[in-house]
Write a protein that binds this ligand. Structure first.
Ligand code: SAH
Length: 359
């Protein structure tokens, strides 16, 4: 018989919510701190192993709560040390998360949706379409699983929301996940170590600008004109380049911080000297830097990566005009873990079939 689980999922709860849930069941609120410590700092998921809690509280936790954790279905290591994790969610869907060592910091690249609705012309995840949003528990769950699998619970790392999905298209769960990750009794991730990457959904961007704690912002720009960007990033027909730049100018930035403009370089499409000059002019009024991402080519993606000379020439035009610019080094391409290469096909197929497809 299939029953619907009605017990609260601790992985879904911000600490104040857990405090209230404990109080409702006759336990002191402060125990939520201990429980957060066990789950996020020590990776303990069994109430029975939380040894500084009373026997009664452990029994309450075991009886009246659940704690969901994504399961590690497959793990693959690239020649450059990048690792790709295939995680299975409670409903059998799969997502991918990536660990990128020494960039120079350690970085976890985390997904916010199964698939993505944005359908950017050069991105494999976009080919999947949107399957569903992830819950805050599933977003944080990726960090829990990676920190455990990599034995990094006591190591500092950064988080980039650059895996599968468009974080601002799953606004509430993404923000809730950031609050859980930021809890001082849990992962204690400062917002400065989190970067949210978005195509620039304007209403959500305006909302983000008013959040009490805000991650670093990266905007996937990819072209300097609406004509070009509309071909690459379909949502541009709704939220155009000019409006995005204006929103960026208004965006409240902390001291010394800048907005990153991501720009995927596609040979013969958006990599000409004229494109570079237009881009420099466009971003001139924004406290920003440009991160050039040479295309990670893949079967089914109808574009090519520019030559190294073309990439250098493009970067130099920006630098000569005073725009801070970097070229993103591609990581994990041999295991299809690089930008735009995350895809889990055939969601309705068996796990084994899926693995065969993905790997
Ligand atoms: N939806 C968010 C997060 C996506 S991924 C966003 O669009 O920003 C992070 C970056 O990888 C984005 O800038 C995305 O455009 C880029 N990307 C997608 N496909 C790529 C590919 N094939 N090669 C290089 N970068 C790619």
């Amino acid at each position: 018989m299939v029953t619907t689980e009605r017990r609260p999922d601790i992985a879904e709860l911000e600490r104040p919510e857990l405090e209230s849930a404990l109080e409702e069941r006759g336990h002191a609120r402060f125990h939520a701190r201990q429980i957060f410590g066990w789950i996020y700092r020590r990776g303990v998921t069994e109430a029975g192993a939380m040894t500084d809690l009373s026997r009664e509280l452990r029994a309450t936790l075991a009886r009246e709560f659940i704690l969901t954790t994504p399961t590690l279905a497959h793990r693959e290591t690239s020649a450059d040390g990048t690792e790709k994790f295939l995680l299975r969610l409670a409903d059998g869907r799969h997502i991918e998360s990536v660990f990128i060592p020494d960039t120079p910091a350690m970085t976890f690249c985390i997904s916010t949706q199964v698939g993505c609705a944005m359908a950017c012309a050069f991105c494999l995840t976009g080919k999947m379409g949107l399957v569903r949003n992830l819950t805050a528990a599933e977003i944080v769950g990726q960090v829990r699983v990676l920190a455990g699998a990599l034995d990094m619970r006591d190591t500092r790392f950064n988080i980039v929301l650059m895996g599968m999905g468009e974080p601002l298209h799953n606004y509430d769960e993404t923000m809730k996940a950031l609050r859980i990750l930021g809890d001082e009794h849990g992962f204690d991730m400062s917002a400065r170590r989190v970067t949210l990457s978005t195509v620039g959904l304007l209403p959500a961007l305006e909302r983000l600008a008013k959040e009490p704690v805000m991650p670093n912002l990266a905007i996937s720009l990819h072209a300097p004109t609406d004509l070009q960007r509309g071909e690459l990033v379909p949502i541009n027909r709704k939220y155009g380049v000019g409006d995005i730049i204006e929103a960026c100018k208004r965006f409240p930035l902390k001291k010394r911080s800048r907005i990153t403009f991501e720009y995927v370089l596609l040979a013969g499409v958006n990599d000409s000297p004229q494109d570079a000059r237009r881009l420099a002019k466009l971003v001139a009024g924004v406290k920003s830097k440009v991160n050039l991402i040479p295309l990670n080519a893949a079967a089914g993606i109808p574009f090519e990566r520019p030559s190294d000379d073309a990439i250098d020439r493009f970067a130099k035009i920006l630098a000569d005009r005073g725009v801070p610019v970097s070229v993103r080094k591609s990581r994990g391409r041999d295991i299809r873990a690089a930008c735009g290469q995350l895809i889990v096909e055939g969601q309705k197929k068996s796990a084994a079939q899926q693995l065969a497809l993905v790997m």
